[in-house]
Design a protein around this ligand. Structure first.
Ligand code: ARG
Length: 566
């Protein structure tokens, strides 16, 4: 039974108020000591022509015999409810164990499609830490929406088109070495790209050459297309290695190039909507009434740009998926770009543009020299991941912990630690990477949460042979058990909040709190100790079992994989 719903039912019966009004009014008191649920009687004063404290007193008397309520206090104009703990624990744990990995799931998304675009690195450029931030947030959001019943499409809008490819082709033809590129593709391509810029400083004719090549590419010339494809394939091999490490996958890799033949239509549509104006030879959408610079659609040489490709992509997505939400997980520096294109789409009369959302995130500061890299100044993501795994391994070895497969455990913890860090705070906050915080097994970190899970599993392993499937949960009543079970009960709410705000950190904060409550629970409620009677033992084991399932599900939603022992 849902205790909150039940009390709302009762209040509705007794007061005759609209259900929605009661739902809105009930609140969770800030301090557990004040009760599990509070209802302010002030809105009733007018209708009932009585002072709120008197109404509260009357309702208290009518409600106190309800078996789900252990105690109800009338304080001032408020009713404070204390649930029947034994019933609450019993109901919740039984339901959670029955649902298993489905606990917390919902049907709110059924029949609705959410697109989550994330990661979107640029071909022949390093996958940098900002792309990792996007990957962590986007992957988590995709999992969260799926959990809530939505159809989710994960999209990787690769940066694989634009004038820079003309430069790269020119650079490759001058200095490219296929052997070196195959060994270390992105690093080598980056090297010749940098060299191109250096040389072009001295000899500006290189820029013209690059423009020629890009023009050829746009016109579908075979040789340049071949080269472009080669750069893309080489880059993807490297990106996919990182995605494999992270356990991330995409339903579509349609990048900017995919839209290159879909832009004429967009330009026509914008022209028909009569929102294109000419400015210094370029075709733009004037947004000065919104205090924004114009959205450039066609450059003076007729070339389309990033914004045009994004508008074509949005239109394509609308037609292909008929989405309820189209989410872009892209850094905050691109806020203006998204405001410009969304506004342009609105002016084009595309009603669905209101369902496009830029989900931005802050900057990542790396701790100076402590981030090693085999590539000089550029921090390569794969190096960061590997460093985290190595550091984890040495922590485990120094602790003398006994783990079966240290490679697997270090990898899961090392990667989990990084993902957790990106999802720890509201995404718009900047992040300072610190190995000490990230890998602090006692602090708010992935290893801390993963350890909580492994600890629970080790208790359950020791209990092998004990059948707690029909445990009498009323035997487990205690303050710490109650706090823990209340959290188990609110898992679904945390996930729904995360989706509502596109903020995975709600789930992160939730699971960290759950593990804290779990640690307290098993410290004050001994489980496998000899002096614990069988019935109590079984009841507590059932709570441990339910907790482990929820920790695992919540960490999964953050992209973090648990380990059974560590
Ligand atoms: N490739 C871009 C970059 O690295 C990000 C793409 C963001 N997505 C989009 N639809 N514009 O900055």
């Amino acid at each position: 039974m849902d205790f909150k719903e039940h009390i709302i039912d009762k209040l509705q019966e007794l007061t005759g108020l609209e259900r929605e009004a009661i739902e809105k009014a009930v609140e969770t008191p800030p301090d557990e000591k004040l009760g599990d649920l509070a209802f302010p009687c002030f809105p009733l004063a007018k209708v009932m022509r009585k002072a709120p404290p008197i109404i509260a007193q009357e309702l208290k008397e009518q409600l106190s015999s309800d078996e789900t309520i252990a105690q109800v206090d009338a304080v001032g104009g408020y009713l404070n409810f204390f649930f029947n703990k034994a019933m609450f624990i019993s109901d919740t744990v039984t339901a959670a164990r029955k649902a298993g990995e489905d606990w917390g799931k919902s049907e709110m998304g059924n029949g609705k499609t959410v697109l989550v675009e994330y990661s979107s690195p640029n071909i022949a450029k390093p996958f940098h830490i900002g792309h990792l931030f996007s990957t962590a947030v986007g992957n988590s959001l995709a999992r969260i929406y799926k959990f809530l019943g939505y159809d989710v499409e994960s999209l990787n809008h690769l940066g694989d088109w634009g004038t820079q490819f003309g430069k790269l082709i020119s650079a490759y033809k001058r200095w490219g070495d296929a052997k070196l590129i195959e060994k270390d593709p992105i690093n080598e391509l980056l090297k010749i790209y940098v060299k191109f810029h250096e040389e072009a400083e001295k000899d500006p004719s290189l820029e013209d050459e690059a423009r020629e090549y890009f023009k050829k590419l746009e016109d579908g010339d075979a040789e340049t297309t071949e080269l472009w494809k080669y750069f893309k394939d080489q880059s993807l091999v490297e990106f996919k290695r990182v995605y494999d490490m992270l356990g991330v996958s995409f339903d579509s890799y349609n990048g900017e190039a995919f839209y290159s033949d879909k832009m004429d239509e967009v330009v026509d549509m914008l022209r028909t909507a009569d929102i294109l104006t000419e400015s210094e030879g370029a075709q733009v959408v004037d947004l000065s009434d919104m205090n924004m610079p114009p959205c450039i659609i066609l450059k003076s040489d007729g070339a389309t740009i990033y914004a045009t490709r994004d508008i074509a992509a949005a239109l394509y997505r609308h037609r292909t998926y008929n989405f309820d939400k189209n989410i872009y997980v892209v850094g905050l520096p691109q806020s203006l770009h998204f405001r410009q294109i969304f506004e342009t789409m609105k002016r084009a009369g595309w009603e669905w543009s209101k369902d496009c959302h830029h989900v931005g995130f802050g900057l990542v500061k790396l701790p100076g020299k402590s981030m090693s890299t085999r590539h000089g100044d550029v921090v390569f993501l794969e190096d960061v991941l590997n460093e985290s795994i190595e550091k984890t391994r040495s922590i485990i070895e120094n602790n003398g912990a006994n783990v079966d497969d240290i490679d697997d455990v270090s990898k899961k913890i090392g990667i989990g630690a990084i993902l957790y860090t990106f999802l720890k705070n509201s995404r718009e906050k900047d992040i300072v990477f610190s190995w000490d915080t990230m890998l602090d097994f006692d602090g708010e970190s992935a290893p801390y949460c993963m350890y909580g899970y492994a600890r629970g599993k080790s208790i359950l392993r020791r209990a092998e042979g004990i059948d707690y499937s029909t445990a009498d949960l009323t035997k487990a009543v205690s303050d710490d058990a109650y706090t823990l079970v209340k959290l188990i009960n609110s898992f679904g709410d945390a996930v729904a909040d995360a989706a509502d705000k596109n903020e995975p950190f709600y789930v992160n904060r939730y699971v960290t709190g759950l593990v804290k409550a779990f640690n307290k629970f098993y410290n004050t409620n001994p489980i496998m100790r000899d002096d614990v009677d069988e019935e109590t033992k079984k009841a507590r084991l059932a709570i441990v079992d339910a907790t482990c399932t929820v920790i695992k599900s919540a960490l999964y939603l953050l992209g973090i994989e648990v380990v059974e022992s560590m």
